[in-house]
Design a protein around this ligand. Sequence first.
Ligand code: DGY
Length: 329
Amino acid sequence: MKPYVYITRKLPNELVKPLQERFTVNMWKHDDIPVPKDILIEEAKKADALFTVLADSIDERVLNAGKNLKVVANLAVGYDNIDLTTASKNGIAICNTPDVLTDTTADLTFGLLMAAARRIVESAEFVKEGKWQSWSPYLLAGQDIHHKTLGIVGMGKIGETVAKRATGFDMDILYYNRTRKPEVEQQLGVVYTSFDELVTKSDFIVCLTPLTPETKNMFTREVFQKMKRSTIFINAARGAVVDEQALYEALLAGEIAGAGLDVFQKEPINADHPLLKLSNVVALPHIGSSSMETRTIMIQLCIDNIMAILEGKEPKTLVNKDWRPLVRG
Ligand code: DGY
């Protein structure tokens, strides 16, 4: 019997073809509605491989249901939606899509910073809503970006690439990371600081840290209160890194000047969410890596990883380095 592959979102047929030529492939019928948990578990029971997205919670229930499951290929660099411990225990390889999305996500992150600083979305809506009556000296005046101080929290590859973008704007760049990166400091002129110092000194704070038990809710009300009142906070990492209520209160109280958010604690965010009522918040639907080119490459990488594991080869981008295939009876 051919190995069975289940894909949790509808993908273009031409991309899935290499899988279909080798394996039995089944795909959820929607590209924008998540597969219900009970269906996912039923599919996991039959599957040798799962192709998942970050909105799928690949928890103990799913992984334990997958008696034949050998690989989960997740269409994201982040993998906080997956229970890695159970995966490794069950001999399931977890693969992600690092590197291929770095530039695209950095572009979006810097774009979000620019949109929030220069009030681009607010201004575009102003014109479309017919509110533009005349030119005026301070009409929708935002904040300069050039020559300001940028603080990057989470200096992974995307952080480094955002820093590279920022050098073109003559920014002073601070960073905070679990590990210090002397070669990046040399190359880009970025300065390592404590989290507290970064938070106090930066004009723009960009959060790019992965979601882990240590980073969950790291941006509290107290942290926002330490920022300058002119600071703009950007989150392109994971929503749960921020205490959203605290962010809302800080914005409302004028403790910070604005926010650009690509990610939220609960996605999709409800349109009635108080954060979305604030004119100084730019909100995007988690599109960091969403360019046609990059999403296509990410899909291909997931497919390559599935094919590698099912054909007994090394996957290109394995997350759980302690993974060993189970000898199944
Ligand atoms: C990722 O890959 O983790 C991003 O959040 C997707 O845009």
